[in-house]
Each structure stands twice: as C-alpha cells, then as structure tokens.
Design a binder for this molecule. Structure first.
Ligand code: PMP
Length: 416
C-alpha cells in the first residue's frame, strides 16, 4: 500500500490537523517529537475537553442533586446532560439505562456483584473468552468462587478469532451470563458481537460486552447489537480518567440488587430498613466524579464532530500500512491477524525482549506499551511472556508509523 492510496482512503480525516487539537502531542520526549502509540491504554485529551473541565472547576463546581442554590442546579444540569450525550453516542433512548461508573473495571465489578449476587447460584456457569482483559476475568472468577459457579472459556484460533462453534456448545441451561470483549486489547480482533448476542438470546442468556476498546474506535449501535450490558472508559475516548459508562437494559438493572450503598442511591433510610432509588441513581452511590463526567460528555462531542465511521476507517488504513511495513522486518511476528481487526498491533522481534524494545523506542520518542497488557491468558495462548503493542487513534499519521518502523529496525540492529 503506498502513501498516495492511503491519502485517498483516509481522505475524510486529516490526522495532521486533528493532532493540533491535542496539546500533549506537540511535546518532545528525549529530544524527539512525541509519537504517541499507546491510545489503547489511554487516549490523549483535546483542548476542548481540557477547557471544559477547567471551566467547570472555575465557574460551575458544586455538589449535584442536593443543592437548592443556583450553582448546584447548574452543576446537576451539566452532569445529567452527559447521560443524554452518552445515550446518543450508543444509540439508546432511555437515559436511565446509562450509569456513570469509575471506568470499565468498576462497571464490570458492578455487574459481577449486582447481577451475580442476584442471579448466579452454585452449579451455574459463566461464559467468557480466552482473549479477555483481566478486568473481564477476575470479577467473574471471584463470583464463581463465592457462589460455587464455573467459568467456561471460549477458545481462540491461531490468528486470534473466537471459536464460534465451541461458543455455541458452551451455551447451556446452566449458563447465566456471557461476558465478552468487543475488541481485544492485545490482538485487535473485533468480535462478531451481534451474532454472539443472538446465539445467547436464543437461549435466554444475557450478554455483557466489554467495550473498552470498541466504543472509542467505531460507531456502536446498541439497538443493533442488542447486548444487555455495554461498558467503556472515559480515558480511552479522549476523556479524563475516573469516569466510565455502564449501559444496562432497564429490565436487568431494575431486577439487580444495588452494588454499593450510600448517599444518592436511596429512597428512604431508617435503622430498620432502606429502600432504594430508581435507576440510574440506584447504582451511583456517593458523590460522583462530576468534572470527569462533564469532560467525558465533551470528549464524546469531539469524537462525534470527527465522525466515528471516519475514525474507524482511518485506523484501518493505519493498521494495514503498519502491518505491511512491520512484516517486512525479518524475525518480527505480529500476534493477532484476524481479518476483522482494529488499530492494535502486538508484535515480538526474535532476540529482543519486548520491554527492551519498548525502552529503545521510547529513546526515539515513540511511546508504545510492552508487557502482558493485563491479558495474561492471551500470552499463555501464544506462548510468549509479553509483547510490544502499538495502538492507533484518530490523531496518528503515516509519519508516526514510519517513525515506529524505523525505530523498531534500529532497535533490532542493536541486538543483532
Ligand atoms: N477491558 C479492556 C479490553 C481494556 O483494554 C481495558 C483497559 N486496558 C480494560 C478493560 C480496563 O479499563 P480501565 O482500566 O479503564 O478500567
């Protein structure tokens, strides 16, 4: 693929221009311009999000839902309006189905506790996949240990696709929930969620989708996917840390017991008995990260102004370009080569430890992730201790990829 083809393909998105919206990306690291290829861990924030958060702190800050004074009412309006922004982003209509959490990990723990302790019993089964992030493994494992249920694992193929035949076989009368990632944070595989949800629903089994790597990178239409829970983090969609979203179907949320107890989630409290608020408040105990929620709303508006389809298309082009260029390097293996793949490339170079690779790239200003990426079972599946991972976003350019490839080549030379 040459550069001219690529410019035509990603024509609707000018990454050079977009880059200018992100102040951190004009910085230098180790006397080299920063090449940020770790958006899979955390995306950068555009100036509009930083400004919106500052504005809240400077002019709007007050606790929400309780004050009768103007400032608190304004803060409440700003916070609550983000629920509608998120509902539009996910194409759902009922804003009460949008719950603010601290992030993906917190949201999955919420469901594992609230759904798990309400519906899962000894002898039941929970189906997850071999490519899950630890956040979508450990909470379910803890639940299983507590109630005496069993985890069942959907295997992955050599190229990094889920084995759907085995998935069908795993769905049984004992299955209480399926919890699966939309996109693998290591392999980049985009899973066929719509099909998987339909198969589970045919047996009345609800499905939770970990959208931490899905929502930032493609248009998510929950009316189309029809999953029961969809979860993502603010800091991966160009928003701040400390905020995430749990979308849940009203029927499930209403039948689930609360997760955390405290202020805001109650209707009435006496020493004899507490009754709970309606959703979404039932799952939002305590003062939430108000500024972060408002920042998340601004981040979503920013992504929508660029267009999620344009972002997805741009990342596909970058991924194809990078895969071709990296594959030309002898001794380099890419882990995860499924045809349906998002902007994540995990690789290893013979004779170079992934951590050494990450450090040498950093010397050139190239920021990538090295390690097990909180997905140790994936490392076990491919029999590697770690990988180096480059992940792309809307502000990455072909020049960024060229710098990555040059830097990998130089690192390899040092070890040969
Ligand atoms: N799931 C996936 C697929 C992820 O990539 C991540 C973040 N690396 C998480 C869950 C956890 O997200 P957070 O740390 O924001 O809770």
């Amino acid at each position: 693929m040459d550069k001219l083809d690529i410019e035509v393909l990603s024509g609707k998105l000018d990454a050079e221009l977009i880059k200018k919206d992100f102040p951190v990306l004009s910085n230098s690291v180790n006397n080299a311009p920063l090449v940020y290829l770790d958006s899979g861990a955390s995306a950068q924030m555009p100036q509009s999000v930083i400004d919106r958060i500052n504005h809240y702190h400077q002019y709007e800050h007050a606790n929400i839902h309780r004050g009768v004074y103007e400032l608190s009412e304004q803060a409440t309006i700003s916070y609550e309006s983000v629920r509608s922004t998120v509902a539009r982003f996910l194409n759902v209509t009922d804003t009460a189905e949008v719950i603010f959490t601290k992030g993906t990990t917190h949201a999955i723990n919420l469901v594992a506790h609230a759904f798990g302790r309400t519906f899962v019993r000894a002898g039941d089964e929970i189906v997850i996949s071999h490519m899950e992030h630890h956040s979508n493994i450990v909470p379910w494992q803890q639940l299983c240990e507590e109630v005496g249920a069993t985890l069942k694992i959907i295997p992955i193929s050599d190229i990094g696709e889920l084995d759907l035949e085995e998935y069908r076989r795993l769905l049984s009368d004992r299955t209480k929930i399926v919890a699966v990632t939309h996109v693998s944070n290591v392999l980049g595989t985009i899973n066929p969620i719509k099909e998987m949800v339909a198969l589970a629903h045919a047996k009345d089994i609800p499905v939770l989708v970990d959208g931490a790597q899905g929502a930032p990178h493609m248009k998510v239409d929950l009316q189309e996917l029809d999953c029961d829970f969809y979860i993502f983090s603010g800091h991966k969609v160009c928003g701040p840390t400390g905020i995430g979203i749990l979308y849940g179907k009203r029927d499930w949320l209403e039948r689930m017991n609360p997760y955390e107890g405290g202020g805001d989630m109650i209707l009435s409290v006496t020493f004899e008995k507490t009754t709970y608020a309606e959703i979404p408040a039932k799952f939002e105990a305590g003062t939430p990260p108000i500024a972060s929620a408002i920042g998340l709303g601004e981040a979503i508006k920013y992504l929508e102004s660029i267009g999620l389809e344009n972002i997805e298309n741009h990342e596909k082009v970058l991924t194809q370009y990078a895969t071709e260029a990296l594959s030309d390097i002898s001794g380099l293996t890419v882990y995860g080569t499924a045809p349906q793949k998002a902007g994540v490339i995990s690789f290893g170079v013979k004779g170079v430890h992934p951590h050494d690779m990450g450090t040498l790239l950093s010397d050139d200003g190239v920021a990538v992730r090295a390690g097990h990426h909180c997905a140790q079972p994936v490392m076990q599946r491919y029999k590697v201790p770690a990988t180096t991972r480059a992940s792309f976003y809307l502000y990455n350019t072909l020049d960024d990829i060229d710098k990555l490839v040059d830097s990998v080549r130089s690192a390899k030379k040092i070890f040969s």
